[in-house]
Design a protein around this ligand. Structure first.
Ligand code: UT7
Length: 355
């Protein structure tokens, strides 16, 4: 079917701002959190904080954390397996010829974690690489997957966002320990037409490295080496200037969301659902105010999973699809912000996926 033959109704709202030719289309979805839960009461027992502070300042009630010894690849494999399963069947296709893993917490500094994940999923031999863009990582990875398909390098791409974030959090830092948590989410992209539901719109991405110090793990890289030179213990942990990050998050997600919605040929009023990085419930409220979009259009799972970094958006999609708060034909805006600084947004009309 050509563009001009597109059916009317919902499809009239399909994003228009993408390059002609083949598109990357959402074909499968999966999400996973480790079984171990840490509640606000658990944190209050060992930190100078309280359930009421955490709930009122972040919207988080509980979160999931990896068991000692478990790593990002363990989370990624679970989510990836579910996404591949959900994508299989209908067209008789399965698997993927590329795996893109967005993560802040690779299993080790070298090599990338994606090849091991691919191998454990039975996708050994496929292209596999990590994307490092912290909480915006999933959108960067989605753009990479979209590019692989558009260029003809791949027909099907497994895009995973996974973070064992608690492995880099200072357990004594109440400013971050109450927010960040662990999980994974994944989608399968397949080559398809730009006019079909599930076809990704243009992914808008941006960065501001002049503010890289706002959120960082200072040690463990080439600046403060991971070996041979003792690092200050504090520098081996994730550090965040909360208030400044908050302001940047609202400003950047609002601006990039407008770009993505304009590019799709939509108005903000046309957007049915927003899947925004689950950084803090108050940030989402402020983005909604800035965009003039009612709060109920924002999908949310932060109360139950906290901020899961690169996993945040795909895990949110997985939960929202499962509980039907995201339905077939919904015009969806995705947006994220995080360390780098880095941010991004894109649009998609939600396809008819199993599950
Ligand atoms: O994932 C992508 C990037 N991350 C984000 O976008 C996160 C952005 N930032 C935030 O979500 C918020 O800034 C935080 C949740 C981190 C902090 O909330 P806030 O409302 O900005 O708090 P604050 O840092 O301004 O601190 C307010 C007060 C301070 O006490 P004083 O100085 O007023 O006496 C803090 O010491 O709250 C105190 N505080 C806490 N109290 C109890 C900070 N953390 C806690 C805590 N429990 N966990």
């Amino acid at each position: 079917m050509s563009n001009s033959e597109a059916p009317s109704g919902r499809s009239a709202g399909l994003p228009t701002g993408r390059a002609p030719g083949r598109s990357a289309v959402l074909a499968g979805l999966g999400g996973w959190v480790p079984p171990r839960q840490v509640t606000n009461a658990d944190l209050s027992a060992r930190l100078d904080t309280s359930d009421s502070w955490i709930r009122s300042r972040t919207g988080i009630a509980t979160r999931h954390v990896v068991a000692p010894g478990d790593a990002t690849s363990d989370l990624a494999v679970e989510a990836g397996r579910l996404a591949l399963k959900s994508a299989g069947g209908a067209d008789g296709e399965d698997g993927a010829d590329a795996v893109v893993l967005a993560t802040t917490t690779p299993d080790r500094p070298c090599p990338a974690t994606a090849p091991e994940v691919a191998d454990r999923l039975g996708l050994g031999g496929s292209a596999a690489f990590d994307v490092s863009a912290v909480c915006t990582g999933f959108l960067y990875a989605l753009a990479a997957g979209q590019g692989l398909i558009a260029a003809g390098t791949a027909e099907r791409v497994l895009v995973i966002g996974a973070d064992a974030f608690t492995t880099i959090i200072d357990p004594q830092d109440r400013g971050t320990a109450v927010i960040f948590a662990d999980g994974a989410g994944a989608v399968v992209l397949r080559a398809g037409r730009p006019d079909e539901p599930g076809a990704l719109g243009r992914v808008f991405l941006g960065s501001d490295g002049s503010r890289s110090q706002l959120i960082q793990v200072p040690a463990g890289g080439s600046r403060q080496r991971s070996t041979g030179v003792p690092a200050r213990e504090r520098d081996t942990y994730f550090q965040m200037s909360g208030q400044q990050t908050f302001r940047q998050a609202v400003e950047r997600m609002s601006a990039v969301s407008r770009q993505a919605v304009d590019s799709a040929g939509w108005k903000l009023a046309d957007v049915d659902r927003i899947a925004a990085h689950q950084a803090n419930a108050r940030i989402l409220g402020a983005v909604g105010e800035e965009l003039g979009v009612p709060e109920e259009r924002f999908l949310s799972n932060i109360e139950h999973v906290g901020n899961t970094g690169a996993a945040s958006i795909p895990l949110l999609l997985h939960h929202s699809h499962a509980d039907r708060s995201l339905g077939t034909g919904d015009r969806l805006l995705l947006t994220a912000f995080g360390a780098g600084l880095a941010w991004g947004a894109t649009t998609v009309v939600w396809p008819d996926l199993p599950g």
